[in-house]
Design a protein around this ligand. Structure first.
Ligand SMILES: NC(=O)c1ccc[n+]([C@@H]2O[C@H](COP(=O)([O-])OP(=O)(O)OC[C@H]3O[C@@H](n4cnc5c(N)ncnc54)[C@H](O)[C@@H]3O)[C@@H](O)[C@H]2O)c1
Length: 253
């Protein structure tokens, strides 16, 4: 899709890659709507871009609807909805224990994407055009051995994107799932890794990530990756699932 002149909602655009993607879309001529749960961040980023924004909790359908209403009031339509907000959650051993954390991740990583699809698909199908872009993670292709809640909900996000693509691409709606690897945002940096940690050395800056996303939107590819090698996990699982599981080896601490 050529994003120039399009109206794009980017969730989680108060921080991290959401900010960089919102700014990159605006630089490419899109009219961007900023939204995040953090009101101060929304205000700052919307001001920097020179656009509208709304603080909203996207784990609720009311929050998603409020953002859609703002976008339509400000710009008349929604062409691109990028469901991007996410959380990493606390470190283990909580990932099998904490129902509240599972519920929050389920709501934010899956239901927020579903609420957005429910909200904007009718107008996109009617126009035979539009774009749903959903951020999952490379974890959705492989696994995150330390965090069951994050890993499972990101798998579910990919499954939802895949279903939407199968069902709605024939109506002209573009659907992509963005499955990035490590990126230099607070989500990664809050882990306290040293600078020479492999995850930090491999991580892309938010600006590099925004370029990847803009290229993905232009290509309209279903799977958008920061590292093409991440798709190998799908091949390896399909070839020999037990060998793939066996690679993880020793108990993790
Ligand atoms: N950073 C990484 O290494 C990495 C890797 C793979 C995938 N991701 C995914 O990328 C996306 C963006 O993450 P990031 O790295 O920019 O992290 P980030 O923490 O910088 O940004 C995430 C944003 O989501 C917002 N948010 C959290 N809960 C919300 C809610 N209930 N309603 C609305 N907004 C909410 C936060 O306030 C924050 O601004 C996430 O979905 C994350 O899971 C990140």
């Amino acid at each position: 899709m050529d994003v120039a002149g399009k109206v794009a909602v980017v969730t989680g655009s108060g921080n991290g890659i959401g900010v960089a993607i919102a700014k990159r879309l605006a630089a490419a001529g899109a009219r961007v709507v900023v939204t995040d749960i953090e009101a101060d961040s929304v205000e700052r980023v919307a001001k920097e871009i020179g656009t509208v924004g709304l603080a909203a909790d996207l784990t609720t359908e009311a929050g998603v609807k409020a953002v859609a209403t703002l976008a339509r009031d400000a710009y008349g339509r929604i062409d691109i909805w990028h469901s991007n907000a996410g959380i990493a959650g606390p470190p283990p051993p909580d990932s099998l224990q904490d129902d509240a954390q599972w519920n929050t991740m389920w709501q934010l990583h899956v239901m927020a994407h579903l609420y957005a699809a429910r909200e904007v698909l009718p107008e996109m199908v009617a126009r035979g055009d539009g774009y749903l872009l959903q951020t999952a993670s490379s974890v959705a292709l492989a696994t995150q051995p330390l965090k069951a809640d994050y890993s499972v909900t990101k798998h579910a996000a990919l499954a939802l994107s895949e279903w939407l693509a199968v069902r709605y691409r024939p109506y002209g709606v573009k659907i992509s799932c963005f499955c990035p690897g490590a990126m230099l945002t607070r989500m990664l940096l809050d882990n306290g890794f040293p600078d020479d940690h492999p995850a930090i050395r491999a991580a892309l800056t938010p600006e590099q990530v925004a370029e990847v996303v803009l290229r993905g939107l232009a290509d309209e590819r279903f799977l958008i990756l920061t590292d093409p090698e991440d798709a190998r996990a799908l091949v390896d699982k399909g070839t020999d699932y037990d060998a793939w599981i066996g690679r993880f080896g020793q108990p993790l601490r």
